[in-house]
Design a protein around this ligand. Structure first.
Ligand code: TYD
Ligand code: MG
Length: 468
């Protein structure tokens, strides 16, 4: 048999090329391109030719609503919140995340919980030994849960074994990178293998009406094919995030054919597995010291849920030719924009100073409503002035220095009041406000600056140069 032609595939983005290169032309990753055998069709797979005389497909129309698929609760409310109210039979989910973040723990809890509620669940691991999983299950309190457990990496064997199990509601496969399809000449974890295995498992999910959850590791060094190459195959993509040094974990939906993608699920890693955090605001505020400059409480919204988070800024003299602009949990480009607006519209020059911005607790914020809180933290840090105590801040900043209204202001204020805050700095807008709550509306960024450090500005124009 002729050896199938080789081609070169980037293990991060999946781009294929005819020849090797040290750097992927598409994503720019270094040393990510490796040789893979050209894909061979999976027996009976998509490329099987249509039999002569077989009826072709028939088109239909958009009318005729079928009953929405009944969802299966996952036993974890935070998980259901992200999937849109439970798992849809016949759907395939991908749960991605850094190694060690807690994916196996989360999915063992889901499988255990669903099994205890009477659903038929199987957990196939290609990473750990059966005894390791049992040990973990014991720790999580699921030793008695009737989960069908197997340690295997050959896809064919797994599918055959699943057939012999009979009816199944949930299948967890941990992880997609360790499995291999026998017909494919490539090592497990390569793009061809990961794609083939995922396609086959998704087909299994649709054919049998089984919920299939795939675990995928995301690595930055590009050694293992990232789950990104299979995102388009599955119905739902969730990422499990968090700093490993923090105990908080966030489950975030990035694609969902059956629900919203802006909800987050919040968990806390404990000695007995992942605990759900129903009211995350308290958690992210932590032990905050209100008298320190550069610390601001942002009243945010994640999905449908209000969330108060602390935003910290530090402005320090720089010893570098190009001062540092470092952010954790917030977009670096957005920080540059806010610094530019502060400089141009408010005359606060950060010039040769390092600027650090951190969203406390390991959360990542993408809401533009955080602009005003970020600006307040920067100004407060630059002038070493704490922001008024018990105050939350939110609002979007435009390039002309205007402060724009943001949605859900009542929800934000209510949450702030619930957590003991008494005042808010926010954009002008109509609508009710909680009783006894002091609201200060700002329409321009300069107003915010004046209210935080007005007297210091008058004493020395040019802002944070006051040390000079
Ligand atoms: P794991 O689920 O194995 O991560 P992943 O599958 O994403 O690689 O979880 C790994 C970490 O979680 C490990 O460092 C230990 C910690 N952990 C706890 O703190 N408590 C627990 O109850 C469990 C099961 C794990
Ligand atoms: Mg794992």
């Amino acid at each position: 048999m002729a050896r199938p032609a080789e081609y070169w595939v980037c293990q991060v983005c999946g781009t294929a090329a005819r020849k090797w290169s040290g750097r992927c032309e598409n994503c720019g990753g270094w040393n990510t391109v490796v040789a893979e055998a050209a894909a061979t069709p999976i027996p009976g797979g998509l490329s099987a030719p249509r039999r002569r005389g077989a009826a072709g497909i028939s088109f239909t129309n958009l009318k005729g609503v079928e009953a929405p698929p009944p969802r299966r609760p996952s036993s974890l409310e935070e998980f259901d919140r992200v999937t849109g109210g439970g798992l849809v039979p016949g759907s395939a989910l991908l749960v991605g995340g850094d190694p060690g973040i807690g994916k196996s723990t989360l999915l063992l809890q889901v499988a255990g919980g669903m099994a205890l509620s009477g659903l038929a669940c199987a957990y196939v691991t290609g990473e750990e030994a059966v005894d390791q999983i049992r040990l973990r299950a014991g720790r999580l309190g699921f030793a008695e849960a009737p989960v069908e457990l197997a340690a295997e990496t050959a896809l064919g064997e797994i599918l055959a074994a699943l057939d012999s199990l009979g009816h199944l509601d949930l299948l967890v496969v941990d992880s997609i990178q360790t499995l291999y399809a026998e017909g494919i000449e490539a090592a497990p974890g390569t793009v061809s293998q990961v794609r083939a295995v995922a396609a086959e498992l998704v087909r299994y999910a649709k054919r049998r009406g089984v919920i299939v959850i795939l675990v995928g590791h995301v690595t930055k060094d590009g050694q293992i094919a990232g789950p990104r190459v299979i995102e388009h195959l599955v119905d739902t993509v969730l990422y499990f995030e968090g700093e490993r040094s923090h105990q908080f974990r966030i489950l975030r939906g990035v694609k969902n054919r059956f629900g919203p993608t802006d909800e987050i699920g919040v968990f806390e890693m404990t000695g007995r597995g992942l605990a759900q955090v129903a009211n995350p605001s308290g958690l992210f505020l932590g032990r905050r010291d209100p008298d320190v400059s550069g610390s601001v409480v942002f009243a945010g919204i994640e999905g449908t849920r209000p969330l108060l988070v602390e935003i910290q800024a530090l402005v320090a003299p720089s010893s570098l030719g190009t001062p540092r602009r470092a952010t954790v949990g917030w977009d670096g480009g957005r920080l540059a924009m806010i610094l530019a607006v502060l400089e141009t519209r408010c005359g606060i020059v950060f010039g040769l100073r390092d600027v650090y911005l951190n969203v406390a607790g390991g959360l990542r914020i993408s809401e533009p409503a955080a602009d005003l809180a970020v600006a307040a933290a920067l100004v407060s840090a630059a002038f070493d002035r704490p922001v008024p105590p018990n105050t939350v801040i939110f609002g979007e900043i435009g390039l002309t220095g205007e402060v724009r209204a943001v949605p859900h202001r009542e929800l934000r204020l209510k949450e702030a009041q619930k957590l003991g805050f008494e005042a808010a700095l926010m954009p002008a807008a109509n609508g009710s406000r909680p009783e006894g709550f002091h609201v200060r509306e700002v329409t321009r960024l300069a107003e915010l600056v004046a209210s935080l450090v007005g007297d210091a500005l008058e004493a020395g124009p040019g802002g944070p140069h006051r040390n000079h």
